[in-house]
Write a protein that binds this ligand. Structure first.
Ligand code: ZN
Length: 254
């Protein structure tokens, strides 16, 4: 039996002001919470961001108390939630930069040199901050191009034994790239309807956005941090995954 929980009305009214319901269909919805102030240490400088987090739910309701009541038993820490860091006047600025960044536990958190994710994350935030307005979407269900962290560890073992990054995923029974951008695009549309400039080397992201009806006016590429550890991996991304090669290097993992 689900526990029926009663909350302090003040608590619910504080939360209600900052939760937005985004309907995905009759039965499903994305609940977007924010903005929340998030000062970020970006290469030694403090940059102000507004942070939003979202949750997918099999219930569509404006009665957010019902949603809050589900959380304590939903075991959410066992799952990953995605979020977005917004900078400047993202809703109204004429030009805004966006990045859809796929989570990379090894690259973003540990600073692994086997890929260039950590570098891309840092540089994207820096571009957005320098530009004055933009948003970085951190997509938590995209580990290892959608195979998950444990499977990525297995794929790394295969890669250490001569398989390239695409074949390793295929050998484990996955498609090469199973990432889905639909929820992130819905959140983007809730935050901004004007055109965006996409930070990416990956044409699939550009296609996904355009197919979902987003007005993408431009794309900027992100190259750098090539090393002996990720050279082969980056070359594979370009040769086998259709990534676009840059003028200054061959670095690509987005
Ligand atoms: Zn990575």
């Amino acid at each position: 039996m689900p526990v029926v929980q009663k909350f302090d009305p003040k608590v619910i009214s504080l939360l209600q002001e900052r939760i937005k319901l985004i309907k995905t269909d009759e039965e499903r919805a994305v609940y977007l919470v924010g903005p929340i102030k998030l000062p970020v240490n970006l290469n030694g400088e403090t940059v102000q961001f507004k942070w939003y987090c979202w949750l997918n739910c099999n219930e569509t309701t404006e009665d957010f108390e019902r949603i809050v009541a589900k959380l304590s038993s939903a075991n959410l820490a066992e799952y990953q939630q995605s979020s977005v860091l917004v900078h400047g006047d993202f809703q109204n600025a004429d030009h805004a930069l966006i990045r859809f960044h796929s989570i990379c536990h090894t690259g973003d958190i540990f600073g692994s040199k086997r890929c260039d994710c950590g570098y891309q994350l840092n540089q994207s935030l820096k571009h957005i901050s320098d530009h004055g307005s933009g948003a970085l979407f951190y997509l938590a269900n995209h580990e290892g191009r959608g195979i998950g962290l444990f499977s990525k560890a297995l794929a790394y073992i295969l890669q250490e034994n001569g398989y390239d990054t695409v074949d390793a995923n295929l050998q484990l029974g996955f498609v090469d790239d199973s990432r889905d951008y639909s929820d992130a695009i819905k959140v983007l549309k809730a935050l901004r309807t004007k055109p965006v400039t996409l930070i990416t080397n990956n044409p699939k992201k550009l296609d996904a956005l355009r197919k979902a009806g987003m007005d993408v006016e431009d794309r900027v590429q992100l190259w750098g941090d090539v090393s002996e550890y990720n050279e082969k991996y980056l070359k594979t991304k370009i040769e086998r995954s259709g990534h676009l090669n840059g003028d200054e290097g061959c670095c690509n993992n987005d």
